[in-house]
Design a protein around this ligand. Structure first.
Ligand code: NAP
Length: 391
């Protein structure tokens, strides 16, 4: 039977790769698409996939799309995205939005009991406890799309009914990004183009910068903690420049299991869209003789402090990860807008966390409030940094 699929963020890197999977599989029936402001690209996608409901988070872009496309319904604004989800009658929602804007649609899908293929890791970073509790309450499944978490999901599934009981540690691999091997001093003058030149993955702008600072791995540690219910002291990170080993688990009997493959996001996307089945994906089979060597090294925390900041915020708990995420979004945006240096990204996050200590989270409203406050403080710190008032 066809699976009714809604894709949020269909014009982005994950979204377009997901459409490549959908185009090859008549069993996946698209029931809606969304973007922030790429109206023309979204309309083009809706036409070619025969979709008659789309949403644009940006209200002006939504108005433009409604004028240009009269073959179906155009929803707009943050509420439009939520309506697209709750009125979709979808079996599965792929959330491929970027940033904490993904939290609302995540909550909407899980609240309706709709299974969620989750690329938007920020949903779990910001609202992990509440999001997981919501999924448990409605019985909706969360299927990770991040390659490391997809790998872990498959490795843990291999442990059978015992689940995580036999697992000693989760080991997330990190490519190390474009600046692997550089000292802190050598990172002072790096350009946006240097930071966007990821060695192994071709991704959207925000996650590419997060990979360069290693904040992406910090967000992934938090994501793994919530998805798999494993304590932070049992989640390690190791740098693996070839990005062939996507993650590993170590077990109580001394065995270690790893998930390998060439870096291609269509593999984890397909796994999430077809779970529990597997279907063919047009990727090369792994040839280890071609790869030659797999190497591993520890993280250089002095050059890349963002991972440590993320761990500290995660352990502090409450609003800590939400503040971390909001400050990171502001800082990355400022870096991409040439208003902040590369080293300024971690400095702004650290300063925001210092000024806004973690507080308990009672409801989603506490998170929205913390997100707003953190953005205000981080914006001030960006300004201070650009005037060289920070160290
Ligand atoms: N790319 C990867 O290989 C990869 C791998 C693992 C995990 N992820 C995660 O997947 C998520 C998506 O990443 P990506 O690289 O695909 O991002 P991306 O290329 O920047 O695409 C983001 C998508 O979300 C839309 N969008 C952006 N901001 C929005 C907002 N405020 N409200 C509503 N829609 C918004 C964009 O629309 P417009 O086109 O209109 O801007 C676009 O469709 C992120 O959480 C990322 O960490 C990505």
């Amino acid at each position: 039977m066809a699976r009714r699929l809604l894709i949020l963020g269909s014009t982005g890197s994950i979204g377009t790769q997901a459409l490549d999977i959908v185009a090859r599989d008549p069993e996946l029936e698209l029931v809606g698409l969304s973007a922030e402001r790429s109206a023309d690209a979204l309309i083009e996608q809706a036409r070619s996939f025969g979709v008659d409901r789309i949403a644009l988070a940006d209200a002006d872009a939504g108005a433009r799309a409604a004028e240009a496309w009269t073959d179906g319904e155009v929803l707009s604004g943050a509420e439009g995205l939520v309506r697209l989800v709750v009125e979709s009658d979808a079996d599965l929602v792929l959330n491929a939005l970027v940033g904490s804007a993904g939290l609302g649609p995540t909550v909407a899908a899980l609240g309706e009991g709709i299974d969620l293929a989750l690329a938007n890791k920020e949903s779990l970073v910001v609202g992990g406890e509440l999001v997981m509790a919501l999924a448990e309450g409605t019985g909706a499944q969360i299927l990770p799309v991040d390659s490391e978490h997809s790998a872990l999901h498959q490795l843990i599934a291999g442990e059978g009914a015992g689940g995580t009981a036999s697992i000693d540690k989760l080991v997330l691999t990190a490519s190390g990004g474009p600046f692997r091997g550089r000292s802190r001093a050598e990172l002072a003058d790096v350009s946006i183009q240097d930071a966007l030149a990821h060695p192994t993955w071709d991704m959207g702008g925000k996650i590419t910068i997060d990979s360069a600072t290693l904040m992406n791995k910090g967000l992934e540690v938090i994501e793994a903690h919530h998805l798999f219910g494993i304590g932070y002291d049992r989640i390690d990170v190791v740098v693996h420049p070839q990005s062939i080993v996507h993650s590993m688990i170590t077990l109580c009997d001394g065995a270690a299991l790893a998930h390998l493959g060439y870096p291609d996001m269509r593999v984890p996307i397909s796994y999430a869209l077809h779970h529990p089945d597997r279907v063919d994906v047009p990727v090369r089979a792994l040839d280890l003789t071609e790869v030659g060597a797999l190497t591993f090294e520890p993280v250089d925390h002095e050059a890349f402090p963002a991972l440590g900041l993320a761990r500290a915020a995660a352990i502090a708990g409450g609003t800590g990860p939400c503040v971390l995420n909001a400050a990171n979004e502001i800082a990355v945006h400022a870096f991409l807008g040439e208003r902040l240096s590369f080293l300024g990204i971690a400095a702004v996050i650290e300063g925001t966390l210092e000024r806004l200590p973690a507080a308990p989270v009672r409801a989603f409203e506490s998170l929205y409030e913390a997100d707003r406050e953190a953005r205000t403080i981080a914006t001030e710190l960006v300004e201070a940094w650009s005037q060289r008032l920070l160290h």
